[in-house]
Design a protein around this ligand. Structure first.
Ligand SMILES: Cc1ncc(COP(=O)(O)O)c(C=O)c1O
Length: 372
């Protein structure tokens, strides 16, 4: 049986009829840059994340880079983040002119450890950047007071967590609701994915939203007049049309991923070599990825691939050990939790259309590998 890591063709059937006529309308209008579909999507994503403003940009990477540029980082300014994330998190800090300061993650969720964040704050700290890894939110209720007390903005990397929420003080709070500014990604494999690159910044502060809007169009609110040097990072109208057609399905797709995760946890019960992902009880996880911790990870990965099962390692090398960040001076052993995770994590298929029979095949194949 073939079980891909992700099956976007299965999803496409559900939205084809909604999306194709709107794309043809757009083709007739020949209005491809920003415009009404992008504005509508900005409003919808801001509503979803209970933020006041949305600004569409060209990728999830730019949805981090542009707000960081808006912080006017000077050489030596520090942004605290996690080393166990996709490269773009730290790449954006560097490209915005800041210095990434890594701290370790918590063992069960692999989200940034608030105690380690507190210990790393210095007079040069200009932002704290949690990542809501694999689709569950970081401990915002512990990070927010640290940031607010010192007037440091929280920049949420919610690239993997659109629609995720967390109970804070007894109330559900959305990814993007609590931070000063947040970046989402619409990379095709995301829970809400476009037909190419795309991203969205959400913010509650009018000044931040205006600044991001200006920076995404070469730093000018008025065409051909430039208050500062920005970049070209606009969301295509074509992507907005696709994303608007998919958006009504997002909650049910994420619920189906959660149901699949629950089924895996039951099927994997009693297998001591495998630890299913742990959801913090405060979180509603959207399972962008279903990541197990396992013994003999690389051998298991090869075995699953040989049996036609898609799986992947997110992430094999922590960011503080990447060659490009050697100049920062971190050594192996600096962040034991993150480094241990890089050797033991494995993402299994969890996409919404996955069938019970496919999941059973994945789990039987894992059990076969361990001889259990
Ligand atoms: C945690 C995280 N941050 C940032 C990004 C960057 O998003 P994009 O690929 O849309 O540029 C991603 C995308 O994979 C991500 O997973």
């Amino acid at each position: 049986m073939n079980v891909p890591l992700l099956d976007l063709k299965a999803q496409h059937g559900a939205i084809r009829d909604a999306v194709v006529p709107r794309l043809m309308e757009l083709a007739e209008s020949q209005q491809f840059i920003l415009g009404k579909p992008v504005q509508e999507l900005e409003t919808r994503i801001a509503e979803l994340s209970r933020a006041r403003f949305g600004v569409g940009v060209a990728s999830g990477t730019d949805a981090l880079l542009v707000p960081l540029k808006a912080l006017d980082l000077k050489p030596g300014d520090e942004v605290i983040t996690t080393p166990f994330t996709f490269f773009a998190t730290a790449g954006a800090i560097h490209n915005a002119g800041g210095t990434p300061v890594f701290v370790d993650v918590e063992p069960r969720t692999w989200n940034i450890d608030p105690a380690a964040v507190e210990a790393a704050i210095t007079p040069r700290t200009r932002a704290i950047m949690p990542v809501h890894l694999f689709g569950q939110m970081a401990a915002m209720e512990r990070l927010l007071p640290l940031a607010e007390r010192r007037g440091i903005p929280l920049v949420e990397d919610a690239a993997q967590a659109i629609g995720a929420r967390r109970k804070v003080g007894g109330q559900w709070r959305m990814a993007g609701e609590l931070g000063a500014v947040t970046g989402f990604s619409f990379f095709p494999s995301k829970n809400l994915g476009g037909w190419g690159d795309g991203g969205m910044v959400v913010a509650n502060d009018q000044a931040m939203a205006d600044r991001v809007r200006s920076l995404r169009t070469h730093g000018g609110a008025r065409q051909y007049y430039h208050d500062e040097v920005g970049i070209n990072s606009r969301l295509d109208a074509l992507q907005a049309v696709v994303l608007l057609a998919k958006l009504p399905y997002l909650a049910s797709w994420s619920a189906a991923r959660r149901a699949n995760a629950g089924r895996y946890a039951r099927m994997l019960g009693g297998l001591s070599a495998v630890c299913p992902p742990v959801t913090d009880p405060a979180n509603e996880h959207i399972f962008h990825q279903y990541v197990i911790e396992c013994d003999r990870r690389d051998e298991l990965l090869a075995h699953l691939k040989a049996k036609d099962i898609g799986c992947a390692v997110y992430y094999p090398l922590a960011l503080h050990l990447q060659p490009c960040f050697r100049f920062l001076g971190y050594k192996p052993g600096a962040f034991p939790v993150a480094e241990a995770a890089t050797g033991r994590v494995l993402a299994l298929p969890v996409y919404p259309e996955l069938t019970e029979a496919q999941q059973q095949y994945v789990v039987d194949t894992i059990r076969g590998f361990y001889g259990k």
